[in-house]
Ligand binder design. Sequence first.
Ligand code: ATP
Ligand code: FE
Length: 371
Amino acid sequence: LVVLGIETSCDDTAAAVVRGNGEILSQVVSSQADLLAQYGGVAPKMAEEAHLQVIDQVVQEALDKAKLTERNLSAIAVTIGPGLGLCLRVGVRKARKIAGSFNLPIIGVHHMEAHALVARLNERELQFPFMALLISGGHNLLILARDLGQYIQLGTTIDDAIGEAYDKTAKWLGLDLRRSGGPAIEELAREGDAKSIKFSTPMKQHKDCNFSYAGLKTQVRLAIESKNINATIPISSANSEDRRTRADIAASFQRVAVLHLEERCERAIEWALKIEPSVKYLVVSGGVASNQYVRARLDQVVQRNSLRLVCPPPSLCTDNGVMVAWTGIENFRMGRFDPPPPADEPEDIVYDLRPRWPLGEEYVEGRSEAR
Ligand code: ATP
Ligand code: FE
């Protein structure tokens, strides 16, 4: 089994070829980091344009690096949601074009399911049911994965995701945005005193597993204003006192942002064990899961509860084609795929895209389960 995975849901154009046994034959990511830095966020039309410019090349490179042609593939997996419709379309059109020409089945993949399932690629002991904390720029999800395609959502964000808070904090602190904000904050935070600024932990009074990062973002912005930090002066040009202040804010922000994750995970573990007492693993994935501090803190939580933490390697935590190919493989094995599209499918056809697509049903503590 050899599957090509294509991912264009947000700002990265990615493709990869993966074998049924989990062997990664190739992995290519083209990022729009420069565009992001220039415009300070993702503009859908521009992101679509950027995907269109590189998609053919990214897919070709993935095949070349794998030393394969389309004829060697068993199926094509492509992200169909959630994400920006215009962007999803670029990947889906490309996938269907190849599938149509080479008579290949197609698997439509849920981006967040892919973030979770990729953990199973390296960790063969990771069986269902397991828990997953999925933390990225657009999502903050706590789920219980009971089986392939069967997820219970224990918690989600009521406003922003943690990655968004990292990105904004980085921007306001004048960090180098040619790479994403998360790694820049992680690095600067190592120089700072995490206890120096007292940010309050979100949603203390809500005894559930939901998240909120909008309030923390505001607290950070106010702290930055009150310390007179000038974000137009890049950190590289800041004097040592200024740099120290910025590092203190980065460290204090990170401590509370992650504390919020810790508290929610602690409760989610209780909930999950009530539903599925055999849960042994917490998967942490999505871009923010590449953060070493995040991993170390969550490892403590998991150990206290006699579970095990599984984090994919950083390159598989941020958006990538491998996770899409792998999720395609898992579904293909269960017979979940679409037949090849017609070779002459018109390009202006309405595809099955799911820009908003919840992963499983919501769990409400106290309400007995439907199933
Ligand atoms: P999604 O649709 O899954 O929400 P996304 O487009 O945000 O996807 P990901 O690649 O999954 O993409 O996650 C990117 C986010 O991860 C960004 O907000 C980025 O700042 C954050 N991130 C990446 N590395 C780190 C890190 N080391 N520490 C903190 N945050 C990080
Ligand atoms: Fe993602």
